[in-house]
Design a protein around this ligand. Structure first.
Ligand SMILES: C[S@@+](CC[C@H](N)C(=O)[O-])C[C@H]1O[C@@H](n2cnc3c(N)ncnc32)[C@H](O)[C@@H]1O
Length: 314
């Protein structure tokens, strides 16, 4: 599978896992619903013509809505990056002064989607992180010549690729809400793909994640009539994700080793065993299940669900 890579970068980007996720996700006749969109790499490779896409990070949604409405185009992005890239290469302190200038105009409340891409691509290690006041706080990658012609072409092509995939409203709808308002929109014909912030791992302004969030997500996904696939981490060399035993074990779980290249702490750079949790039987996928029983849990779930519903007092 040739994976379309979006113009936004982040440390949790699922580019390498897209083929695995799409193999597991069944084709449905309804919509692709993604409450935690992030860079959008999974949605852009889902192949669905109808989608509901959401993220609490307004800059991500603002950028993709701009692409959708054609206010942001590949030629405009090229023009912008050529100008800003030139300023960067000529700026004092090895480009750092210009990086700071763009960062402060973004943080002052201008929030230009073009500056958002500049910061995403000229920041340290392709990371996206916002401070306690919602300010972009990634340091400069220290490469004054970051925006070479080849790099500009690469980004421009990425904008062009996603602009061909993103469908007009109302076929693709973008929201900037909490996942709790998005999951209940799904019907039995839809598929929900969830990639929430990982419990117990890095947090920032738009990525706070508590056990209450995990519990709410669990209860919404337990109630949905749609099919769902949830990405989470299973364990790493040091510890297990306690949320798997506490909540997700009642569903089917498939795992795979994955190496994250980016991330601030050493722990975040190591190999993580990734998990896909789903509420349907997965056929024909190699399940390297790390001690989980490989028996189907769908039947058991149906029984539990029916018992819960019929046990409600009149
Ligand atoms: C792990 S990232 C998703 C990465 C994405 N799958 C990708 O490949 O780029 C999680 C995303 O969830 C968003 N988010 C965090 N809390 C949220 C919430 N309560 N409701 C909706 N989105 C949330 C974050 O802004 C972040 O973009």
């Amino acid at each position: 599978m040739r994976v379309i890579v979006p113009p936004i970068k982040s440390q949790g980007i699922k580019t390498k896992l897209v083929p695995w996720i799409m193999d597991v996700a069944p084709k449905v006749k309804g919509r692709w619903i993604e409450p935690f969109l992030g860079t959008g790499v999974v949605a852009f490779n889902s192949g669905y013509k109808e989608a509901i896409l959401n993220d609490t990070n307004p800059h991500i949604i603002n950028f993709y809505k701009g692409v959708q409405s054609r206010k942001i185009t590949a030629p405009l992005m090229k023009q912008y990056l050529e100008i800003e890239g030139k300023y960067l290469s000529e700026a004092e302190n090895n480009g750092y002064e210009h990086y700071l200038k763009v960062r402060s105009r973004f943080n002052s409340g201008e929030f230009s989607p073009y500056d958002f891409i500049f910061l995403s691509r000229a920041g340290f290690n392709g990371m996206m992180r916002f401070g306690s006041k919602g300010n972009w706080n990634i340091p400069f990658c220290k490469k004054p010549d970051r925006f070479s012609q080849a790099y500009i072409t690469k980004i421009t092509n990425q904008v062009s690729a996603v602009s061909q995939i993103i469908q007009v409203e109302p076929n693709w709808i973008f929201h900037n809400k909490s996942f709790a308002e998005i999951i209940p929109l799904a019907t039995e014909d839809d598929i929900i793909y969830c990639d929430p912030p990982y419990y117990g791992r890095h947090v920032d302004y738009y990525n706070g994640w508590t056990e209450n969030d995990e519990e709410l997500l669990f209860s919404l996904l337990s109630e949905t009539k749609a099919k769902f696939v949830l990405s989470t981490w299973h364990h790493n060399d040091w510890r297990e994700n306690e949320m798997v035993n506490k909540y997700w074990n009642k569903f089917n779980i498939i795992t795979k080793d994955h190496f994250y290249h980016n991330g601030g702490s050493i722990e975040n750079r190591r190999t993580v065993v990734e998990a896909l949790v789903c509420n349907f039987d997965v056929v024909g996928i190699e399940q390297h299940n790390h001690g989980q029983k490989e028996t189907s849990k769908t039947k058991q779930l149906e029984i539990e669900w029916l018992t819960e519903k019929t046990a409600t007092p009149l």
